[in-house]
Write a new protein. Structure first.
Lengths: 274, 188
């Protein structure tokens, strides 16, 4: 069966029925095929919201395509090389030869890297994704804890959910100072553990959700520079919150803030006392 | 479900067997039309089944044939192999007046047969069946490596594409030169 012998509209319908994983692999076959994929998948690519690297503690990210209507599809996995008997195929990805494992054992292809080549492989894959999906697509790196750094890659923003309970403050500071900009941070804070630098990328995250059961962490209230913030308090120092709202309303601070939500679980917000 | 009589010539279609009708037969007698492929085997198909094909449906609407005229003038589809047309007719009969299911597992697994079916269905403009066929073609390469995909779909390399393009240009140049020479000869 020669695909190119099918009428163009039929070729496009075939491509439309393929997963992005297969289209991505198909794009390596020739410039002509790559061009066909790009031209036929324009509407589909417009539906992409972002592409996420969901990292585990081993720094082996799942790559997933998220659509605007909340659906997503898995693209591939990038993982350490293993001594398996499965044969790897090699692909020239953005000028670097990369091992890819495609087997019935796994649903998605696995891009394999040697430990010392981790960054180079991820960077090459990222460049090929940019080329394939276009430069305007947003990428997110969903970190698993703050012990491993988030790479600096084009169009990539960080995301992290963590608890600062018992956190090493220095490790946290290093994590945020070395990271790219953040899309969102979801932090369960226990006492004052936020970075001390008001210009830390922590406070510049586009969106922060913070759960603080016992004490306010007033630094978030003081230094936040993003667009959305959700405060969930157990007990609450109301003066901090009122000062936050007043500074926002008066235009003194929080110029980018578009959305604020405050939940207080155990205290009752006093009416007309301040 | 076939409504075919093997070996019937298109010039003088014999009485083909009729496809079994559903239990709830329509009150108004259904009209039938006749089609044949490359093998000249004539298939009798109801207008209801043929509604799946936008091409044939359009032809029927424009012609306004009576039963007799339809029998005497089967629609010839010389570009479609007999066995492929048989598959198409069967599919149209099976899905006559029914909503099409999201999947169709009865499509041919052999890639050459599927390829011919895709071309026929595209030509006959049977939208739902074309969608199934395209899904099936896409499934052929699921979980395959790029080189396996190249082999299955016979995708040329960049070098082969370039060589083919050069060849096509050369041929076009030769043809243009030939036409110019012929025109000059005519002028003389």
């Amino acid at each position: 069966m020669k695909l190119s012998k099918l009428p163009l509209l039929v070729q496009e319908e075939v491509l439309h029925n393929m997963s992005y994983t297969n289209l991505f692999l198909l794009s390596f076959l020739s410039r002509k095929v790559k061009k066909l994929i790009k031209s036929s998948q324009m509407n589909r690519s417009k539906m992409i919201d972002y592409i996420e690297y969901e990292c585990d503690s081993q720094q082996e990210p799942f790559v997933q395509v998220f659509y605007k209507h909340d659906l997503y599809e898995e693209l591939m996995v990038i993982a350490k090389n293993k001594d398996t008997h499965n044969e790897y195929i090699q692909l020239n990805v953005s000028g670097k030869m990369i091992d890819i494992q495609i087997s019935d054992e796994y649903i998605k292809p696995i891009v394999r890297f040697q430990i010392d080549e981790n960054e180079a492989v991820i960077s090459s894959m990222h460049n090929s994704f940019l080329e394939f999906f276009g430069n305007s697509v947003e990428f997110r790196w969903k970190a698993c804890g703050y012990n491993n750094c988030i790479p600096h890659l084009q169009n990539l923003k960080g995301c992290i959910k963590f608890s600062s309970h018992g956190a090493n403050k220095e490790t946290l500071e290093n994590f945020f100072s070395s990271a790219p900009a953040f899309k969102w941070i979801d932090v369960s804070a226990d006492g004052k553990t936020e970075p001390s630098d008001p210009e830390s990328k922590f406070y510049q995250a586009e969106s922060i959700q913070t759960l603080q059961l016992r004490n306010n962490s007033p630094d978030i209230l003081s230094h936040f520079q993003g667009k959305q913030v959700v405060f969930k308090f157990g007990h609450c120092n109301f003066l901090d919150v009122i000062s936050f709202v007043n500074r926002w309303k008066s235009g003194e601070a929080y110029h980018k803030l578009e959305y604020l939500m405050i939940e207080v679980f155990w205290d009752v917000f006093p009416q007309n006392e301040y | 479900m076939s409504s075919t009589e093997q070996g019937t010539s298109s010039a003088a279609p014999a009485e083909p067997t009729t496809a079994p009708e559903s239990a709830a037969a329509p009150e108004v007698p259904e009209s039938f039309y006749y089609v044949h492929g490359k093998d000249k085997v004539v298939h009798k198909v109801s207008a209801g089944a043929l509604q799946h094909s936008a091409l044939i449906h359009g032809m029927i609407s424009n012609l306004g044939y009576t039963e007799e005229q339809a029998k005497a003038n089967p629609f010839p589809f010389e570009n479609i192999d007999g066995d492929i047309l048989q598959m198409v007719v069967d599919w149209c009969n099976q899905h006559k007046g029914k909503p099409t299911p999201p999947e169709d597992t009865n499509l041919p697994k052999q890639k050459e047969k599927l390829f011919d079916l895709v071309l026929a269905v595209n030509y006959l403009e049977i939208k739902e069946l074309l969608t199934y066929c395209c899904k099936q073609v896409a499934m052929m390469v699921k979980g395959k490596s790029p080189e396996e995909i190249r082999e299955i779909w016979m995708i040329p390399t960049d070098a082969e594409d370039e060589a083919a393009e050069k060849e096509a240009k050369k041929r076009a140049g030769k043809e243009a030169a030939g036409e110019t020479a012929a025109a000059a000869g005519d002028a003389k």
